[in-house]
Write a protein that binds this ligand. Structure first.
Ligand SMILES: CC(C)(COP(=O)(O)OP(=O)(O)OC[C@H]1O[C@@H](n2cnc3c(N)ncnc32)[C@H](O)[C@@H]1OP(=O)(O)O)[C@@H](O)C(=O)NCCC(=O)NCCS
Length: 172
C-alpha cells in the first residue's frame, strides 16, 4: 500500500480501482447522501467514474480526496482530503476544500474528526496553505461538529444548489 500520510488510527492513500465496490457501497447509501443533495449512486460504473475523476485531480492538482484505512483492521472506511475547487462557490474560486465521507458502520468513532484535524495540520505544515475552507448543509450536524472541532469557523449561510449551507473557513 502506498501510504501518503497517517494519523494515530488511520492510514491515508490514494483511491484506486480496487476501491470501486466499497466506494459504491458507501455512495449508494441514502443516509450517506442525505445532506449531499440526495443523489446516491445507482451503479458501480458511477463509482468507477468518481475514482477516475479524483485520480485526474491527483494528476492535475497534486492533491484530492484520499482513501481512509483503519490501521488495526486494514478496512476501507471511506475518504477524507483536500480538494482544489476551481469553480466559483460562495464568491470563492481556486480554494482548498476540506471534505470527508465515511461508511455508516464507522460513524461515531471519532474517525472523521481524527482525519480532519490531521488534514488541517497537513494543509498548514506540508502544503503551507494560508486558508482552508469547507461548506456543509445547515442540517448536517455531525459534519458541522467535525469542522468546528477541526478549528474551522462558521462564517455564515449561503445558498448552494438551492439548499442552505454554512461556509467554514480557517486562516492559518
Ligand atoms: C460527517 C461524517 C463524516 C461524520 O463522521 P463521524 O465518524 O460520525 O464523525 P466523528 O465521530 O468524528 O464526530 C462526529 C461528531 O458529531 C456529533 N454528532 C453526530 N451526529 C450528531 C447530531 N445529529 N447532532 C449533533 N451532533 C452530532 C458527534 O457527537 C461527534 O461530536 P462529539 O465528538 O463532540 O461528540 C459522517 O456522518 C458521514 O460520512 N456523513 C455522510 C457524508 C457527509 O455528510 N459528509 C460531510 C459533507 S460536508
Amino acid at each position: 500500500m502506498n501510504v501518503l500520510f497517517e494519523s494515530p488510527r488511520l492510514l491515508f492513500r490514494e483511491l484506486i480501482a480496487k476501491d470501486i465496490p466499497l466506494l459504491f457501497e458507501m455512495d449508494s447509501n441514502r443516509e450517506v447522501h442525505r445532506y449531499l443533495g440526495n443523489f446516491p449512486l445507482q451503479t458501480p460504473e458511477e463509482a468507477e467514474a468518481v475514482i477516475l475523476m479524483i485520480q485526474k485531480q491527483y494528476n492535475e492538482n497534486g492533491i484530492g480526496r484520499w482513501a481512509l484505512i483503519e490501521k488495526q483492521s486494514g478496512e476501507f472506511l471511506g475518504w477524507a482530503g483536500l480538494k482544489l475547487v476551481k469553480e466559483e462557490i460562495n464568491g470563492h474560486n481556486n480554494f482548498y476544500d476540506l471534505g470527508f465521507r465515511l461508511m455508516p458502520n464507522y460513524w461515531g468513532c471519532g474517525y472523521a474528526t481524527e482525519a480532519a484535524t490531521s488534514l488541517v495540520k497537513y494543509a498548514s505544515e506540508i502544503l503551507k496553505l494560508k486558508n482552508l475552507y469547507a461548506f456543509v448543509d445547515v442540517e448536517n450536524k455531525a459534519s458541522i461538529r467535525v469542522l468546528e472541532k477541526s478549528g474551522l469557523k462558521n462564517e455564515g449561510r449561503f445558498l448552494y444548489e438551492h439548499q442552505a449551507h454554512f461556509w467554514f473557513h480557517l486562516s492559518m
